[in-house]
Design a protein. Sequence first.
Lengths: 218, 236
Amino acid sequence: MPRPVQPLPVRMTHWVDGVLLVVMAGSGLRILKAFPSLGEQGRPYGWYPFQGEPPPDALMIGGWLAGARAWHFAFAWLFVLNAVVYLAYLFASGAWRERFFFPRRDARHAWLTLLHDLRLRRGPLPRHGLYNGMQRLAYTGVVLLGALSVLSGLAIYKPVQLRWLTALHGGYDAARAVHLLALVALAAFTVLHVVQVALHPRTFVDMTLGGRRAEEPR
Amino acid sequence: MSPPTTRRGFLGRALSSGGLLALGGLGCDSRRPKEGFLGVMERTNEGFQQALFDPERLAPELPESALTPPGKYPAYRIGRDFPAAPAGWALRVGGLVQRPLVLTAADLQRLPRTRVRVRHHCVEGWSAVAAWDGVRLSELARLAGIDPRVRYVEFRSFERGYFSSWDRESALHPQTILAYGMNGSPLDRRYGAPLRLYSAVKLGYKMVKWISEVTFLPVRTGGYWEDQGYEWFAGV
């Protein structure tokens, strides 16, 4: 029997990740509310446009600072575990080859896809296997963003015990900014992702039920 | 909270509270972060933090140029006012020790002085830098002669109900001091005078201000913030 478009481990980790991202973002924003500014005391970052402005109530989880921290640090483990399961499956099954972005193989196709989606290029795209180049770029980028979220999170969680990691980010307050920017990037990805899925509902069915491949790639 | 005005707002709220209720059933109660699933994970995280803690690892000592500008260093209190030291204030050091101590401000000044100039990390997310002068807690432990059974240290304030208990290793860290000076001046009441705990290896809320008592204990107690739901270990 041919492999489904989206094998079960991919579907499961995908939807679990959706829930975990909401919990991590919501509790993270509630933590941010306790000090909704970037930059150390007396030296606020000039580039940050929302100094002193708390995030909207509707986006926050955890109720109060200690509650939100408990949620954040509890579900962070599940977030990491889920990512490890996903990556382990990709590497064990070999599926990483058709999902990850390899510049030599995918860069040109990513560019063509972009022109196509922006209506700057006429005609159908050349076939490119499971994903087009832009999808590979986006789905690889979002895995890296997830990793950046975890690393910058650890850097502000343990700025003394993991001082090398915090220094790598440019210090505690810089790491805090990186952590928030990673969230902004993840949120932007999610919005684009949902729009693309709405335009191609078939992908939603595949990611839920698995789907069947029209033919094996290659 | 204002009532939802749009159908979409209502739906969103219904969905999110439904999801939260489901998670609540799994043991996630924001008001009780030390119970249920959140509590299990808090204890997991405490183990993780303890495993990560290296008693020899020092926080970077920062240059004078890193000091937070005057007036920008936050001063917090738990009561209505910053408390004043009672007349005849002295620090009591006791518990499982061979020689309980009573030290006046002058006694403390005569003990070896340590300056710590490191980044301060508040649970709220902000950071700031000051230079703190004081006596290492490890020095007081040596003078008092602590018993091998000591595993925790409790710091108590003359501000009623204000205390915190620490693991022995963090308390005896070379960058943990009882401070009586800040940025080259005597400590101000707003920052915990006559004596406050200062450390490079804990979040700010563990650093008890207006201290009157240090007790070396074989058992762990809680703390003013910890008993409200903030985590007990709170290392950085």
